[in-house]
Design a protein around this ligand. Structure first.
Ligand SMILES: Cc1ncc(COP(=O)(O)O)c(C=O)c1O
Length: 375
């Protein structure tokens, strides 16, 4: 039995469905369920009696685990309510000048477009590069960054529709050469593919917990590299943004020395308990091993789809493969294919004109074959 088969019992969802929608909203494991139970048991029986020993201790432990997952330091991590919040902190907090330019592309999920568009009234232009066959050619980014007005590159680690994996190390290298900030929407890879913020020269990264991290909605991670922390002014300041924040009698505005300054008030403690248990499981298995497993399952799916005459829309060559496989069948609308699969308890969804399947490590070959058979 491989280590992933041994984790299957943590995912009772497998008893009912071939759940292949981790790029949408993932199911949680019983390990996460238990962690939430630990929180609710404490809150129910003792309230906040042991706030520091139980709640605060877990919050800081999880911050450390999140840092390990990203190759960051704990003081570079803030908990946020979703991906959008982290991206919005960057958009709202940088010292923009009229005429500055942000580069992104038309393959992005709206949460990595609107925060930049919202800067139009401050004179910031957003350049939308055009994807080709589901992928953003790196040459297009290289050419765009020649424009000296470009201040920031905002891209996803993996594009939500096509599943194209962007080469973060190469993009980060281009940004460094041009002195451009690099901001990553990491939600479609964190928990599934390795992300090393330091090695890739990423300045900011944001991801909610409810996809590949296998946690709950409403509690995610925002990474802000130490070297750029002072360049982002937090626009929402509250009691927790400052140092010595348990001293409520003395008002001051000395911001916390790390990314904790972006957590302005009471945190989503149950969400953090959940996220901690989810990250523990991922780190136990190892992200490299998880990536290998997910790519092997998606390779099997791609091969099978091609044998069935389906058109695979996801780029898979040159390291562009990810946990997302998008496809269409000849002579069938994607919505109909999704419906037919749903009738056979295979859960996929439609995105950007394709049927999108996204298995995680605990899915198995039999479930992939079930999808293929159901077609
Ligand atoms: C690439 C990408 N970014 C962001 C999100 C969601 O953003 P948020 O966590 O703010 O809800 C999704 C969800 O589908 C996504 O695919």
């Amino acid at each position: 039995m491989n280590p992933f088969e041994r984790t299957r019992h943590f995912f009772p969802v497998t008893e009912a469905f071939a759940y292949l929608n981790h790029a949408g909203v993932a199911p949680i494991s019983t390990r996460v369920e238990e962690a939430i139970g630990r929180f609710t048991a404490e809150a129910t029986r003792r309230g906040a009696l042991h706030y520091f020993k139980v709640y605060d201790a877990e919050i800081e432990r999880v911050r450390g685990r999140a840092a390990t997952l990203l190759g960051a330091q704990p003081d570079e991590i803030a908990f946020v309510k979703n991906t959008t919040e982290g991206l919005g902190l960057v958009a709202a907090g940088l010292d923009w000048q009229r005429g500055d330019c942000v580069v992104t592309c038309d393959l992005e999920y709206p949460s990595n477009v609107y925060p930049w568009w919202s800067l139009a009234d401050r004179g910031v232009e957003t350049l939308m590069l055009r994807g080709r066959d589901g992928r953003l050619p790196i040459e297009a980014v290289e050419a765009a960054l020649l424009n000296p007005s470009v201040r920031l590159l905002a891209l996803s680690s993996v594009e939500f529709g096509s599943g194209a994996r962007n080469d973060l190390a190469a993009l980060g290298g281009l940004c460094r050469e041009r002195g451009v900030l690099f901001c990553v929407d990491g939600i479609q890879s964190l928990g599934c593919l390795p992300v090393d913020v330091e090695a890739c020269g990423i300045d900011f990264l944001s991801a909610d917990g409810h996809k590949w991290l296998l946690s709950v909605e409403g509690c995610g991670l925002f990474y802000c590299a130490r070297r750029v922390l002072e360049r982002v002014t937090p626009r929402v300041i509250g009691w927790r943004s400052v140092t010595d924040n348990e001293n409520f009698d003395h008002y001051h505005m000395d911001l916390q020395p790390g990314a904790g300054r972006f957590e302005e008030g009471t945190p989503n403690t149950p969400g953090i308990f959940a996220l901690g248990a989810a990250i523990d499981l991922l780190l136990e298995l190892g992200i490299d091993a998880i990536a290998e497993r997910v790519l092997s399952l998606t390779d099997r799916l791609v091969d099978g789809l091609r044998e069935h005459g389906a058109a695979v829309l996801s780029p898979r060559e040159d390291g562009a493969g990810s946990g997302i496989v998008s496809f269409t069948l000849p002579d069938e609308a994607p919505s109909r294919t999704v419906e037919r699969l749903r009738e056979r308890d295979v859960f996929v969804i439609e995105r950007r004109g394709g049927v999108r399947a996204s298995p995680h490590f605990y899915n198995d070959e039999a479930e992939i074959d079930r999808l293929l058979l159901a077609l």
